[in-house]
Design a protein around this ligand. Structure first.
Ligand SMILES: C[S@@+](CC[C@H](N)C(=O)[O-])C[C@H]1O[C@@H](n2cnc3c(N)ncnc32)[C@H](O)[C@@H]1O
Length: 301
């Protein structure tokens, strides 16, 4: 892990492999070389494959995609109390004392609040009012903040250029990733720092989809596909840093965490105990493989 005192992130660009082993990955890469697909199209089509079949969706009763703000508040509290991650360190490399930070899809602030000591102001954009409330509560007495409830990139017109733009754990929610990252790039004077899981954040539940619904879930897109979209959309060089994150967030919350996973699987509350037993019976993956992408900003003024 990286300590709060560490000044720089090792510039190792780690080659990313798709989950699912060498064979399918190589085959896909070869197919793509023979029949080149725009990185943006591949990203959009891959994300579309995560749609849940309507006949399953209607049985859940609650949205499987809803993100509980209390969980992300805990994530931000952990980020404030634990060593800085490569995301924070890459941002701090270019954030001047008294600098300005823009956090897009801020949630409760795990990516930006650890930069508070250096920052004069953090602007947080999020489509969720509840997330922004958690963000403001945690920011109080640390750093002045401005919160903007809105969807990126549509909300870009409401924010000024910042020294550093951070955007963590949002990319897999964004089919039109190219337009999204171009708007981030235009709002960053020095650098954009984008964090995401190496594989789709729901892929750790794929075995449970097979168990409960006999459904094979996708294994793409991955963080290297996101990096390809950034390169294609911005024409810029992208630094890629792979690092071990924490255990999956839902695993920290006992019964509430089980209920969150159950909602994601479109199951009724009556399946909680069965799901809890199943989760206990398996060797769960430990740390989540994380990736941070960083590239130059083009913001002026
Ligand atoms: C998984 S959470 C991550 C929160 C925080 N960045 C973190 O790493 O803990 C994703 C956040 O992005 C927000 N979000 C997703 N898509 C967005 C978009 N297009 N514009 C603004 N906010 C978005 C969600 O409301 C949610 O708060």
């Amino acid at each position: 892990m990286f300590s709060r005192e560490t000044a720089a992130v090792p510039r190792v660009t780690v080659p990313l492999r798709r989950p699912g082993g060498r064979g399918p990955s190589r085959l896909r890469a070869r197919k793509r070389r023979m029949n080149p697909v725009r990185a943006q199209d591949y990203w959009t089509e891959s994300l579309a494959r995560w749609a849940i079949p309507p006949e399953i969706l209607e049985q859940g009763g609650e949205s499987p995609w809803a993100l509980p703000p209390w969980a992300f508040a805990e994530s931000a509290r952990l980020a404030l109390s634990q060593p800085l991650t490569p995301t924070h360190l890459l941002a701090l490399e270019v954030l001047p004392p008294g600098g300005h930070v823009l956090d897009v899809g801020a949630g409760a602030g795990a990516a930006s609040l650890p930069l508070s000591e250096r920052a004069a102001e953090i602007v947080a954009v999020d489509q969720s009012r509840e997330m922004l409330r958690e963000f403001s509560d945690l920011a109080a007495e640390r750093v002045p903040v401005v919160t903007i409830e809105g969807t990126w990139p549509e909300a870009a017109g409401m924010v000024a250029v910042a020294d550093v733009v951070v955007c963590a754990n949002v990319a897999y929610n964004v089919p039109a990733l190219g337009d999204f990252v171009v708007a981030l790039t235009q709002k960053a004077r020095a650098k954009v720092v984008m964090e995401l899981t190496g594989a789709h954040p729901q892929s750790s539940l794929n075995w449970l989809w097979k168990h409960f619904w006999d459904l094979n879930r996708p294994e793409v897109p991955t963080a290297d596909d996101a990096a390809a979209v950034v390169r294609e959309a911005t024409g810029l060089e992208v630094t890629v840093v792979a690092w071990p994150g924490r255990e999956p967030l839902a695993d920290r919350f006992g019964d509430e965490g089980v209920a969150w996973i159950r909602r994601r699987l479109c199951l009724p509350p009556s399946r909680d105990e069965e799901l809890a037993q199943l989760l206990r019976s398996q060797d769960r993956p430990g740390r989540t493989a994380m990736v941070t992408l960083a590239w130059a900003g083009r913001g002026q003024g």
